[in-house]
Design a protein around this ligand. Structure first.
Ligand code: TRP
Length: 429
């Protein structure tokens, strides 16, 4: 049985936070340990260029995120772990896919449409500030996925449309060039809670409400104490429903610890005490990972080595042979194998395999015909005729066995036998 291929990309444009860990990293590391699963996790640094123009930030974030995944338990021998820009076949595939992607499809992308709507609302040109990188984002993402024929792609809800586009693009390519791509599916895990941030909204860099995963303990404590709560006094029963504090606790605690905390909420635990408990829980889970993280980040060359060897093995095993097959399918072929190449019988310009009479009119206004062999070599060249009808009658006569010499001349290199064989082949039709 072929294994299920799971693939997801992480864009290195920020610092990993608790929400990334609980929502993406932890489930991905767990999935990579299941039997029958082949996992592909990569740093989408080409995508980062669309989100930031700060080169140092891309580099730092790449290092931080790679170290985070390794510290969180990802084993490079159990999962493909690599950097998008180390696989040049992905960019090559992006172009092959670009050529089968309708511009109208990309016009409908949410991120692009939102930029246009914003511009219009501000009375700007619709495409002001929109780069082709932003516009083409879904095609690059489709290449990431289709390069390895992934079946399942765990993503956030905001990425579901991109998966639909990847399927559309794959289907267009398959339709044109044959079945090369698996149609990938988004896997949006409903059971993975989106963690709330400091202000109770979804934890997100764009809301400026994050708790960095590996903040030093004193900062972590400060941030935990900055989580918004209602103003109920100690002793008053507290709601777990809608409490950011409770949800964060639940994301890191066992089910039985969570139940104990639920009881303490009902019994009126003070917010200070609840925050202390959350901090202790986070520290317990995070501290060992943080120690590994700090070791890793102190040796960037080792991480570089992990990413480089991941990419090298992956290229050799999948990307290089697959792109060769796709190039072949699209017609980017070696010329020394031109006769060996498979022939598309649907093609409009069928390579000729039978002899043919070709009638035509020259610039002199007169009519001619010629007989060419199955290999396209000229066998007979007619003299001129004043009308197409006369030329046609001559052709018909030759086919009926009349002497061809009265109508034209043997071509240089052609023989009488060659012409007779060609005419016989035509009669056999
Ligand atoms: N666009 C994704 C995000 O911002 C990251 C990404 C890039 C990705 N390529 C991918 C995710 C391929 C899944 C598959 O979250």
């Amino acid at each position: 049985m072929t294994s299920q291929r799971i693939l997801t990309g992480i864009t290195p444009s920020g610092t990993p936070h608790l929400g990334n860990y609980a929502g993406a990293i932890r489930p991905a590391v767990e999935a990579s340990q299941r039997p029958g699963v082949e996992s592909f996790y990569f740093l989408s640094d080409y995508h980062a260029l669309i989100k930031t123009d700060n080169p140092e930030r891309v580099q730092h974030s790449t290092l931080e995120i790679a170290a985070t995944w390794l510290a969180a338990g990802l084993r490079p021998e159990r999962a493909w772990f690599y950097r998008q820009s180390d696989i040049p076949e992905i960019t090559e595939l992006t172009w092959l896919l670009t050529c089968v992607t309708g511009k109208g499809l990309l016009n409908r992308a949410h991120a692009y449409k939102a930029a246009v709507d914003r511009n219009i609302a501000e009375s700007e040109e619709p495409d002001a500030g929109v780069t082709m990188g932003l516009f083409m984002y879904p095609v690059l993402m489709a290449a990431d996925i289709l390069m390895f024929n992934a079946h399942k792609v765990p993503v956030g809800r905001d990425q579901v449309q991109h998966l639909e586009m990847a399927r559309d693009i794959a289907a267009s390519f398959n339709h044109r060039y044959g079945e090369h791509f698996v149609l990938p599916e988004a896997a949006v895990d409903e059971s993975v809670a989106t963690l709330p941030g400091l202000d109770g909204r979804k934890m997100s860099k764009s809301y400026d409400n994050i708790i960095p995963l590996f903040a030093p303990p004193d900062i972590l404590k400060k941030l935990v104490f900055a989580i918004v709560t209602d103003s109920k006094a100690p002793g008053e029963p507290k709601e777990t429903e809608g409490s950011a504090l409770f949800q964060l606790f639940q994301a890191f605690a066992t089910p039985s610890e969570t139940e104990t905390m639920r009881t303490r909420f009902a019994e009126g635990i003070g917010w200070g005490e609840a925050k202390e408990a959350l901090f202790d829980k986070l520290e317990e889970v995070i501290a060992p990972m943080r120690a590994r993280y700090e070791e890793l980040i102190a040796e960037p060359a080792r991480i570089e080595q992990v990413l480089k060897s991941g990419a090298a093995a992956l290229r050799a095993k999948y990307a290089i042979p697959f792109i060769a097959r796709l190039r072949e399918a699209a017609g980017l072929r070696l010329l020394d194998r031109i006769h060996a190449a498979p022939v598309d019988t649907q093609a409009k310009t069928k390579p000729q395999t039978k002899p043919q009479f070709k009638q035509y009119r020259e610039a002199d206004g007169l009519f001619y015909f010629k007989l060419v062999g199955g290999d396209n070599r000229l066998l007979l060249q007619s003299r001129s005729f004043v009308s197409a009808r006369e030329a046609g009658q001559a052709v018909a006569g030759i086919k009926n066995g009349e002497n061809y010499e009265q109508w034209g001349e043997l071509a240089p290199g052609a023989s009488d036998t060659g012409i007779r064989q060609a005419i016989n082949a035509l009669r056999a039709d």
